[in-house]
Design a protein around this ligand. Structure first.
Ligand SMILES: O=P(O)(O)O[C@H]1O[C@H](CO)[C@@H](O)[C@H]1O
Ligand SMILES: O=c1cc[nH]c(=O)[nH]1
Length: 249
């Protein structure tokens, strides 16, 4: 399908829902369970549809209608979700995710607002030429920072560049973590570059807030286990910051 035009479509086949129930503001996250939790923070949570990894809800946050949709793990599947949301009329998408930190001062339990993503993924290589930037919308970065400063107590909330990688576990090749750590990249995750590139191509606004769930960098990394209270607190804070931010843009 050609990426240059924005065509509104009523039936979204992979999300398995019709666009007439989809508001213009959408929160996305990898995890289906997290999508349900975000929906339940809102007034009048309603399930819109469920197909594969895509679980869709709508609700009302401080009087504004917002949808929440899970996109699963990894750029290709997430891109299907982002494309269909935009076909269905989404104008603003904020990803609420998790990421591994590269920087010692960005501890597990911190929140990172991504300003741009380094595209170390395969999906964007198939849709734009090399060097095409993956950047978050500036007004969303500002809204997330503002919502973070008024919402989150005792957690570090940091803006910075993130890196998008397809692989979670390494093989015989080394991950480029050391290189990008030296270059000042803050954290690594798996879907931001797809979101930022697709949203740029389609002319919609997108951003991301990520709860740090461990250190990705081998020098800092201990055993990876994100299921703890510190990370849970940051994930919950990220959800509320994203909801507050999305109704401001
Ligand atoms: O917490 P989510 O939104 O799924 O984000 C991160 O977590 C998953 C890996 O555990 C990848 O999807 C990565 O981007
Ligand atoms: O992609 C990811 C997501 C969370 N934590 C990581 O270390 N990597």
């Amino acid at each position: 399908m050609n990426g240059s035009e924005k065509t509104l479509t009523n039936f979204l086949p992979n999300l398995k829902l019709t666009s007439d129930c989809l508001p213009e503001r959408v929160i996305v996250c990898g995890d289906q369970a997290r999508a349900k939790i975000i929906a339940e923070l809102m007034d009048n949570p309603t399930k819109l549809g469920e197909n594969r990894e895509y679980h869709s809800y709508s609700g009302s946050w401080k009087g504004t209608k917002v949808a929440v949709v899970s996109h699963g793990v990894g750029g290709p599947g997430a891109a299907v979700c982002f494309e269909e949301l935009i076909m269905g009329g989404a104008q603003t998408i904020i990803r609420v995710g998790t990421a591994g930190s590269y920087q010692k001062d960005v501890q597990p339990g911190s929140l990172v607002i991504s300003t741009a993503a380094v595209s170390c993924d395969g999906l964007t290589k198939q849709i734009v030429p090399p060097g095409f930037p993956a950047i978050a919308d500036r007004s969303i970065v500002e809204a997330l920072t503002q919502a973070g400063s008024s919402n989150v107590e005792e957690l570090l909330v940091k803006e910075g560049m993130t890196l998008t990688l397809d692989a979670f576990y390494s093989g015989v090749l080394e991950f480029p973590h050391q290189l990008y750590k030296k270059a000042g990249v803050v954290a690594v995750e798996m879907e931001n570059s797809a979101l930022f590139v697709i949203s740029s191509l389609k002319g919609i606004k997108a951003g991301a807030i990520l709860a740090i769930d461990g250190f990705a960098d081998a020098e800092l990394r201990e055993e990876y286990n994100p299921h703890n209270e510190v990370v849970g607190r940051a994930v919950n804070a990220g959800m509320k910051v994203a909801l507050d931010a999305i109704i401001q843009v």
